[in-house]
Design a protein around this ligand. Structure first.
Ligand code: FRU
Length: 628
């Protein structure tokens, strides 16, 4: 079977009528009950009902009616005027089925296009699908969830909407990999249910059988979110290596003691000194700690956060990891990873962290509350959390987008990708401890062709052609830049249309900058037939953003920057990964990481170096063409 392609044999049902209660046509009967409810009767169900989507439509509600109290309606943007793409809705194969569709008018075009099928074609139809970054085959993806390593497999669960490429119907989607690079897509592992959406969370290997589901069972923790029940922490376990999960029958396992509205994204870890399980949960502008012996009863310990870092922002998706300082295992420090939305230096969502100590009850941060440290200095790095059970390594996986525009990127069949997995470590600079986030070494397996360029003394401009073959976009660059007498030195990743992602060291400002103002499509709300707008928060005034980013034009068209003071100076080692719609920069082994989306309308196929105000050296320039 071809990769990414579930055998295609569309059902014969090409059109279905509109009149109320028709005679059966190819096994599918529509019963319109007024303008707000339609029942679909299927005599002998194939695998799927294929549903036509139009993203600008309101959500209709689609429910498989079995009569069980567990029946849940999914929110689906069924096409009213024109069809943009299709999604599959699973049916009980071989059985008689009834599907109720509410809130979709009788005149909507979807009724003409709904079909029955045994297969669903998942071959790529998006120009901007990355060549080597993980994406779902179809549907929407945000945060990485439940990252866990077991028996040679990395499990990447993720916030997933299988019913459209906008946020909604949160499930845990699922992919597995043996090398963090090649991912196999599996069926969603945890589906939205009557307690609500399945929000973000974590998974652990229960080595000691604390929860009673067997030694080495996988136990997942997530937030159920709904208007009716609020945000409550739930648990599920898997005894088949993470393929399927059974929800704990007495969920929820934890509710907020003070009725907090924002209480989510549980990260569970084993805390050896107390020989207990610990949970850290985002609680509005704090992170709360709990402990447990059996993973079911949780005791509140403390909270940390209010007033720390960028203020005042919603805390989300915590992680809590212990790392050696400068590789010295006799000096361990705790790092609290806090994803905030908004709060990014350049607008929208971003990941900050705090370094400190933990005594089993309370976290104490080394730095003053007003100190903010960033895990990544781009605009498209969010909800970053780490794998559990990866002894000796700490590997984080970011979601590569920003809530300001995640729903309106120029993509249709899927929306959302992960940035490259990063290995985290601690380094010291000027007496402060920072986290370095470097691309995992497994990325080397992507290298297909290598080109070494002789050392360059750049003054003015210098062009390297044939960065790629003009079709494939996967490129990795490594180089050592010594600015010497230049005030500015950098390069453009360019295409024949003059679109470019500009990366440069600004020695006067002491910054590395990535400017995407001319990178291709940069006015996202105007792309295609989007009816979107940037999600701008009140506190992020234009003034605020203009001063913080470089060359601000809109919330996508801008430059992001990081302080070069994090590096040792003189010579900077740049490591850059380019894919169809992203650029990731790692400086000096991840002391600076910067992740940004770009939407060039042709592949960047050349590299143009430039300097201003003097001469710079570019040494050890190596260009790798990448592919899976
Ligand atoms: C972060 C987040 C989480 C939440 C999830 C919902 O991006 O808002 O806090 O669990 O997304 O999809």
């Amino acid at each position: 079977m071809e990769k990414n392609f579930i055998r295609l044999t569309w059902a014969l049902t090409l059109s279905v009528g509109l009149a109320a209660c028709q005679a059966p046509q190819n096994n599918l009967v529509f019963e319109h009950q007024g303008d707000t409810l339609t029942l679909l009767h299927i005599e002998k169900a194939p695998k799927y009902l294929i549903l036509p989507i139009q993203e600008s439509c309101n959500e209709g509600q689609v429910k498989l009616v079995t009569g069980s109290p567990a029946d849940v309606a999914m929110d689906i943007r069924l096409a009213v005027d024109s069809v943009e793409y299709y999604v599959p809705f699973e049916l009980p194969e071989g059985e008689r089925a009834t599907v109720a569709i509410a809130r979709v008018g009788e005149k909507a075009v979807c009724w003409e296009h709904i079909q029955l099928a045994d297969t669903f074609d998942t071959r790529n139809t998006d120009y901007y699908r990355p060549e080597y970054h993980h994406t779902p085959l179809f549907g929407w993806m945000n945060d990485a969830n439940g990252l866990v390593y077991k028996d040679g497999e990395y499990h990447l669960y993720y916030q997933y909407n299988p019913y459209g490429s906008k946020w909604g119907n949160m499930h845990w989607g699922h992919s597995v990999s043996r090398d963090l690079i090649h991912w196999q897509h599996l069926k969603p592992a945890i589906a939205r249910d009557t307690l609500g959406h399945i929000f973000s969370g974590s998974t652990v290997v229960d080595h000691l059988n604390s929860a009673g589901y067997g030694e080495d069972a996988l136990v997942a923790f997530y937030t159920s979110a709904s208007d009716a029940h609020g945000q409550i922490q739930c648990m599920a376990y898997s005894k088949d290596n993470g393929r399927t999960y059974t929800k704990y029958e007495k969920n929820p396992i934890l509710t907020p003691f003070d009725g907090l509205k924002d209480f989510r994204d549980p990260k569970v870890f084993w805390y050896e000194p107390a020989k207990k399980w610990y949970m850290i949960v985002s609680a509005d502008k704090n992170m709360r700690f709990y402990s447990s012996d059996d993973m079911k009863e949780w005791t509140y310990l403390s909270q940390f956060g209010e007033g720390y870092g960028v203020q005042p922002n919603q805390f989300e998706c915590p992680d809590f990891i212990q790392l050696p300082v400068d590789g010295d295992t006799s000096r361990m420090k705790w790092v609290m990873i806090v994803n905030i939305n908004p709060g990014c230096m350049f607008g929208g969502s971003a990941t900050e962290y705090f370094v400190g100590d933990f005594d089993g009850k309370t976290f104490r941060c080394d730095t003053k509350p007003n100190v903010t440290k960033w895990l990544d200095y781009g605009k498209d790095h969010y909800a970053t959390v780490c794998f559990s059970n990866t002894a000796g390594r700490t590997i984080a996986v970011p979601w590569m987008s920003n809530w300001q525009y995640a729903n309106i990127t120029p993509i249709r069949q899927y929306r959302g990708a992960n940035a490259l997995p990063r290995e985290l470590s601690l380094y010291t600079k000027d007496g402060e401890i920072y986290v370095a986030a470097d691309a995992v070494k497994e990325t080397e397996s992507l290298r297909q062709k290598t080109k070494k360029v002789e050392n360059l003394a750049v003054k003015g401009e210098y062009q390297v052609e044939h960065l790629t073959d003009g079709v494939k976009s996967g490129v990795e660059l490594e180089m050592d830049i010594t600015p010497a007498s230049a005030q500015t030195v950098g390069f453009d990743l360019m295409n024949g249309k003059g679109e470019k992602a500009r990366i440069y060291l600004d020695m006067k400002a002491g910054r590395i900058v990535m400017d995407r103002t001319e990178s291709g499509i940069t006015d996202l709300p105007k792309w295609g037939n989007n009816k979107g707008s940037y999600d701008v928060h009140v506190k992020e005034t234009d003034e605020h953003r203009k001063t913080l980013s470089v060359n601000y034009q809109n919330d996508f068209a801008l430059g992001t920057w990081a302080p070069l003071s994090l590096c040792e100076g003189q010579t900077y080692h740049l490591h850059v990964f380019v894919d169809k719609c992203s650029v990731e920069i790692f400086v000096d082994g991840g002391r600076i990481a910067m992740t940004n989306l770009v939407f060039p309308t042709e592949v960047y196929d050349s590299l143009r170096f430039f300097t201003e105000g003097g001469e710079a050296q570019v040494e050890n320039l190596t260009i790798y063409q990448l592919g899976l």
